[in-house]
Design a protein around this ligand. Structure first.
Ligand code: WTA
Length: 647
C-alpha cells in the first residue's frame, strides 16, 4: 500500500468548520487573481499612503511589494486597537520564570512603546539606524522591538543564549548604535548574568565595538553589574521617565524593519533583511487564518523565543497586528517542574498553542500523566513549527494535549520566508500526521528534480518557491552576491527560490517536508551550520581539522556529532580535550551548538577533490552500514575511525 493511502486523515470537526476564519473562498480568491488577493490582505492593515503597485519584480530577486505605500508597523500593532476602543484588552499575559507575572493591556503597551520611542529619539537615533536587542523574554524586549518599528530603526535581535563573540560579530556587521539588554536573566530558578556578555562583546579601548554609542539596561534580576559611564543607561532612569505620548510617522513599505542573523552553509551567519509592508501583511494574514484567531476571545501562546524568527512573527508582529491576547513565558518548560506549561495553559485558558516538535517529544518522554493532571479544555487549536514533526509525536500531541478535538497546523516556513508558507488551514484541510499539506492561498511552491522538473508522487525532490511572496527576505545585509548565490543560483534559469529543504508529495498530493539537504543542521528546531561548529573546533589549539554532522536524535531531531583530527605533536588528553572542545563551541557560538559527541579520529573521509564526505560520517554516527565509498581516496579510513574510536 502506498504511503498516501495508508495514512489516516483527520478532517476538522463540523463545529470548527462552521466558525473558521478561512473557508474555500480564500483559496478561490487567491487562485483567481494572486496579486489582487495580496492587495486585499494588505488592506487588513492601516496604510497612511496607499500603494500604487502590488508587486515590482523587475529587479528580481530583489522584490518590492506594495510599491509607494506607507505605513507604521507599531501603529498597526498597538495604536489602532486602542483607537478602536480595545485599549483595556490584555495584549500580553507575561509570566516570569520565578513566578512573577504582569498583564500588559494595549493602553499600557501604547504608553510604554511611546516612552521608548521618545527616549530613542532623545539619544539621537533616527530612521535607518540599527539597534541590537540581546534580551530574555521580558516585556521590554517586545516594547523595544515595537519602538524601533515605530521610528523606522532596524532591529537586530540576538538570541540571549548566544555567546559574547556571536553578539559582537552581529553588532559589528549591522553597525548597531544601541544595544538593549538586561542585567541578568532567570535560568532554571537562578539569575544568570547577561550584561557581562555585552561588556565582553563590546570590548574597550582599541578593541571597542566602534558603532555602539549606548547600552540600555533593563533591571531584571537586581544583579551587580559593571558600568561604563557615558555608554550605559538604565531603562528605569530613562525610558520609564519619558513622555507616554508619541505620534508615529509612516514608513515606506520597503523600509527595513529588521535583520535577523541565521546560519548558512558557511561559518559566517548572514543577516536576513525583512521590510515593512509585505512582511506585516503576510504575518498578519497567516496569524488570522492559520491560527483561526478571534480577537478578544482567543488566548494565543507561541513558545518560541524572540531571538528566532518564530518569536518575531508569531509572538510580536502577527498576534499584535491582529489585536490578540497572548501569553509570553520567560522560562524553560521544566522550571520549577515539568507541569509549568500545562499550569500556564490552565491558568490563562490558552486556546491556541504553538510549539516545536522537539518540545512535544520531550513532553512524551516526561509522560502523559503530567498534562493529564491539568484541565486543558480551553485549547482549540495546536501548532507545530521548526522541524518535521514525526507522525508519532503528531498523534500524541493530538490525543494527549489536544484531547482529540483540536486541529493541528504543521507550519513550514523559514527565517527567510518571514511568515508561514505551507500549512493546513484548520477549517478546511483534512490533515495527515507529519505532513505540512499544501502551500497557503497566495503562496506557490513546488517539488522538483535537479533539472527543475516536477517530481512524481513518492519521489524526493527540492522544495522551491516559484513565485515571490510578500514577506520574502529582501536580501542578505550588505551581501547581494551571497543572497543570489545562496537562494537563487540553483534554479537561476527559472528564477525560483531554493529553500534548502528536500520534500515529496504523496499519492494525494500532500506535501511532506523531509528536512535540510544542505550543510545546515536542525537541533531542537535551531538552525546551526556544520561550518560554524567546525570553525569553532579548529579554533582550539590542538585541532587541525574537524567535520561535523547532524545525526538523528530521538528528542532533539538531530544531535551534533563532530569528528576531529589532532594537530601534529598534540596529545589526545581524552575527556579533558573533549570538555575543552565543547567549552570552545559554547564560547564561540552558544551552548545550543555544543556537540553531543566528539570523536578524535586519525583522518577524515575525503573525495579526490578534497571534499569531506559528510554523508558517510552520518552513516557511521547513526550506526548504519556505509553507503557508497567508491569516491573516497582511501576507503580504509573508516576502519581506522571505527577501530580507534569505538563509534
Ligand atoms: C525546518 C523556523 C519541516 C526546515 C520557522 C526549514 C520545518 C528550517 C518546518 C527553517 C516544518 C521549519 N516541517 N521542517 N513544519 N518548519 N522547518 O529559519 O528545514 O529557524 O528550512 O525558521 O526549519 O528554520 P528557521
Amino acid at each position: 500500500m502506498s504511503e498516501g493511502t495508508a495514512q489516516a486523515v483527520y478532517p476538522p470537526s463540523a463545529e470548527f468548520v462552521s466558525q473558521a476564519n478561512a473557508g474555500p473562498e480564500l483559496e478561490q480568491a487567491a487562485e483567481a487573481d494572486r496579486l489582487a488577493f495580496w492587495a486585499e490582505q494588505a488592506r487588513r492593515l492601516h496604510w497612511d499612503t496607499d500603494f500604487t503597485d502590488v508587486l515590482d519584480w523587475s529587479d528580481a530577486p530583489f522584490a518590492k511589494w506594495f510599491v509607494g505605500g506607507k505605513l507604521n508597523v507599531a501603529y498597526n500593532c498597538v495604536d489602532r486597537h486602542v483607537e478602536a476602543g480595545n485599549g483595556s484588552r490584555v495584549a500580553i499575559h507575561w509570566v516570569g520564570e520565578p513566578g512573577d507575572s504582569r498583564d500588559v493591556t494595549y493602553d499600557q503597551l501604547l504608553a510604554e512603546v511611546s516612552q521608548a520611542a521618545n527616549y530613542f529619539t532623545e539619544i539621537g537615533l533616527v530612521s535607518g539606524d540599527r539597534v541590537a536587542i540581546y534580551m530574555p523574554m521580558v516585556p521590554e524586549a517586545i516594547i523595544t522591538m515595537l519602538a524601533c518599528a515605530r521610528l523606522g530603526l532596524t532591529h537586530s535581535v540576538v538570541f540571549a543564549g548566544f555567546s559574547a563573540g556571536a553578539l559582537r560579530s552581529r553588532v559589528d556587521d549591522a553597525e548597531a548604535k544601541l544595544v538593549v539588554t538586561t542585567d541578568g536573566q532567570y535560568r532554571r530558578g537562578k539569575p544568570a548574568p547577561l550584561k557581562a556578555a555585552v561588556d565582553e562583546a563590546l570590548g574597550s579601548g582599541d578593541d571597542a565595538a566602534k558603532s555602539v554609542e549606548h547600552v540600555l539596561v533593563v533591571n531584571r534580576t537586581d544583579s551587580d553589574i559593571n558600568w561604563t559611564d557615558g555608554r550605559d543607561l538604565w531603562w528605569h532612569e530613562t525610558v520609564a521617565k519619558s513622555d507616554t505620548a508619541h505620534t508615529p510617522q509612516a514608513h515606506d513599505a520597503e523600509h527595513p524593519l529588521f535583520l535577523l542573523y541565521t546560519s548558512g552553509t558557511t561559518g559566517k551567519p548572514k543577516g536576513i533583511v525583512h521590510t515593512t509592508g509585505g512582511y506585516l501583511t503576510q504575518v498578519s494574514y497567516t496569524f488570522h487564518n492559520v491560527f483561526d484567531h478571534k480577537p478578544g476571545e482567543d488566548v494565543f501562546w507561541c513558545g518560541a523565543d524572540i531571538g528566532w524568527v518564530t518569536g518575531h512573527s508569531y509572538l510580536v508582529y502577527g498576534p499584535l497586528s491582529n489585536g490578540a491576547t497572548e501569553v509570553i513565558y520567560e522560562g524553560t518548560p521544566n522550571s520549577p517542574n515539568e507541569h509549568r506549561h500545562f499550569e500556564i495553559i490552565e491558568q490563562y485558558k490558552v486556546s491556541t498553542y504553538y510549539i516545536a516538535p522537539t518540545l512535544i517529544r520531550t513532553f512524551m518522554k516526561w509522560g502523559r500523566e503530567i498534562p493529564d493532571a491539568h484541565d486543558l479544555s480551553s485549547l482549540r487549536l495546536l501548532g507545530s513549527v521548526g522541524e518535521p514533526i514525526n507522525p508519532e509525536a503528531w498523534r500524541w500531541y493530538h490525543e494527549v494535549i489536544g484531547g482529540e478535538r483540536c486541529p493541528i497546523v504543521d507550519t513550514w516556513w523559514q527565517t527567510e520566508t518571514g511568515a508561514i508558507m505551507i500549512s493546513p488551514l484548520p477549517g478546511i484541510t483534512e490533515t495527515k500526521p507529519g505532513s505540512a499539506m499544501a502551500p497557503l492561498p497566495g503562496i506557490s511552491a513546488n517539488i522538483v528534480d535537479e533539472q527543475g522538473k516536477s517530481v512524481g508522487a513518492g519521489e524526493q525532490g527540492f522544495l522551491v518557491l516559484d513565485k515571490p511572496w510578500p514577506s520574502m527576505l529582501r536580501g542578505i545585509w550588505r551581501d547581494d552576491e551571497r543572497f543570489r548565490e545562496t537562494y537563487w543560483s540553483r534554479f537561476a534559469d527559472q528564477g525560483w527560490y531554493f529553500a534548502g529543504d528536500g520534500a515529496r508529495y504523496d499519492d494525494d498530493h500532500a506535501l511532506w517536508v523531509l528536512g535540510r539537504i544542505d550543510d545546515v543542521m536542525n537541533i531542537s528546531g535551531h538552525r546551526i551550520s556544520t561550518a560554524e561548529v567546525e570553525s569553532a573546533l579548529v579554533g582550539h589549539h590542538s585541532i587541525a581539522e574537524a567535520a561535523v554532522i547532524g545525526a538523528a536524535d530521538p528528542t532533539t531531531g538531530q544531535g551534533i556529532v563532530a569528528f576531529v583530527i589532532l594537530r601534529q605533536g598534540q596529545e589526545d588528553t581524552g575527556d579533558q580535550l573533549i570538555t575543552e572542545l565543547k567549552a570552545q563551541v559554547s564560547k564561540d557560538i552558544s551552548p545550543i551548538a555544543k556537540p553531543r559527541e566528539i570523536h578524535v579520529v586519525p583522518e577524515l573521509p575525503k573525495t579526490r577533490s578534497g571534499k569531506i564526505m559528510r554523508r558517510l560520517l552520518k552513516d557511521v554516527a547513526e550506526g548504519r552500514e556505509l553507503g557508497d565509498t567508491s569516491t573516497l581516496v582511501d576507503p580504509t579510513v573508516f576502519d581506522n575511525i571505527r577501530r580507534g574510536n569505538k563509534v
